[in-house]
Design a protein around this ligand. Structure first.
Ligand SMILES: Nc1ncnc2c1ncn2[C@@H]1O[C@H](COP(=O)(O)OP(=O)(O)OP(=O)(O)O)[C@@H](O)[C@H]1O
Length: 378
């Protein structure tokens, strides 16, 4: 069973007088002023909740505080102020023994450099966390083999790490984390050392595994594309502070400030946006009621484009109960592919209505409400 992970007003300050430094930060002193005094505010007032089964990505440039935050979450570092709770239990209040217990049984880490033992077989590497827990050999080997199979490594159990490619070695790292059946997976730049194609493959594998495992995952990365691909939600860090928490669409379409906006400029929007994000929600009730193909809110942008190209009118977006929740005129799709952060403006020209229909095949709409055509409103 996964558990909720909560950080509440967490600070981590390195250097002399950390508690006083936190007070100064609370009073408005900025990080640079503290740095001039030889004090580093690595994490400043971080608050968030990671829900069970969620992939929560922490994204930021080098030095923004990601790794420190991760070490606070797994109890390797103690916060200077604030609380980290895991399944409701305050990690900061645990004894050393209690903390070790939580760390070995409930939290698993996957690192960037695979941290495999070269003189242990793949199976023994995958079983390492269980060995630390004192699980008997036969059980740990069968659990390790199961985890390896989940990660696509069935048949490699007896191999040595150096017989495996980088991507496969990282799969062993992932299998080791999964074998312990920990509730929380903390992944620190886990795929950053891999070639782009293998990295993408690992991202797919993680997303696929997560569909059934539903772990609580915190994934650290400096790559926004990776963050957007993996994260149910993304926290963007800058200079120790979390400057925005949101879905990929929130970050892309409603960046909290120019800093976040500047990150999103190179993002391939077509990979991130969905029908729900781009649709016009202002449905008026005079939309087509025909047999043309419709979209669901989570339909990927590229699929929506294909649908729109075949449609004679704006694509209707229906929810699970087949209720109309929005429409997507073709012009709107084009607008969202640019770097505009807002929906395209309204056009009052009566000719706009015709242009969409002219550009594509006819709709044989047998049932148009009140005999009206679908209106292109954007
Ligand atoms: N043990 C420490 N003692 C002093 N300063 C530290 C310590 N650990 C981290 N820092 C400082 O805290 C700040 C945040 O570092 P952190 O490693 O958390 O950033 P990061 O975003 O993970 O960067 P990177 O992606 O390069 O690992 C940096 O200025 C770093 O120098």
């Amino acid at each position: 069973m996964s558990a909720r992970l909560e950080a509440e007003h967490v600070y981590k300050v390195f250097g002399r007088g950390p508690e006083q430094a936190v007070e100064r930060l609370r009073e408005g002193t900025d990080r640079e002023e503290l740095r001039a005094d030889g004090i580093t505010a690595a994490v400043i007032d971080a608050s968030f909740t990671v829900e069970p089964g969620e992939i929560f990505v922490v994204m930021g440039l080098s030095g923004s505080g990601k790794s420190t935050l991760l070490r606070l979450l797994n109890g390797l570092l103690e916060p200077t102020a604030g609380q980290v709770r895991f399944g409701g239990e305050d990690l900061t209040a645990l004894s050393d023994r209690g903390l070790r217990e939580v760390r070995s049984k409930k939290i698993s880490m996957v690192f960037q450099h695979f941290a495999l033992f070269p003189h242990r077989s793949v199976r023994d590497n995958a079983a390492y966390g269980l060995e630390v827990q004192g699980v008997p050999r036969a059980e740990r080997e069968s659990r390790a083999d199961e985890a390896l199979a989940l990660c696509g490594l069935a048949g490699w159990e007896k191999s040595w790490p150096d017989e495996l490619s980088g991507g496969m070695q990282q799969r062993v790292g992932l299998a080791r984390a999964l074998a312990t059946d920990a509730d929380i997976l903390l992944m620190d730049e886990s795929f950053s050392a891999l070639d782009p194609l293998i990295r993408r493959d690992m991202q797919d594998q993680l997303l696929e595994l997560q569909k059934t495992l539903k772990k609580t995952i915190v994934f650290i990365t400096h790559d926004l594309n990776e963050a957007m691909r993996l994260g149910d939600r993304i926290a963007v860090m800058r200079d120790g502070r979390i400057v925005q928490i949101g879905t990929a669409e929130d970050i892309l379409m409603r960046p909290a400030n120019d800093y976040v906006g500047s990150f999103t400029q190179d993002v391939d929007r077509s990979r991130v946006l969905t029908a729900g994000a781009v649709m016009d929600r202002d449905v008026r009730g005079d939309e087509a009621d025909c047999d043309c193909a419709t979209a669901s809110p989570d339909m990927p942008f590229t699929e929506l484009c294909a649908l729109s190209a075949r449609a004679a009118h704006p694509v209707a977006v229906l929810d699970d109960e087949k209720k109309l929740v929005g429409v997507v005129p073709r012009q709107r799709l084009v607008g969202f592919l640019g770097d505009e952060q807002h929906a395209p403006g309204t056009c009052d020209s009566p000719r706009a209505e015709d242009s969409e229909e002219d550009a594509s095949g006819a709709c044989d709409a047998p049932r148009r409400k009140g005999g009206k055509k679908v209106m292109a409103r954007a």
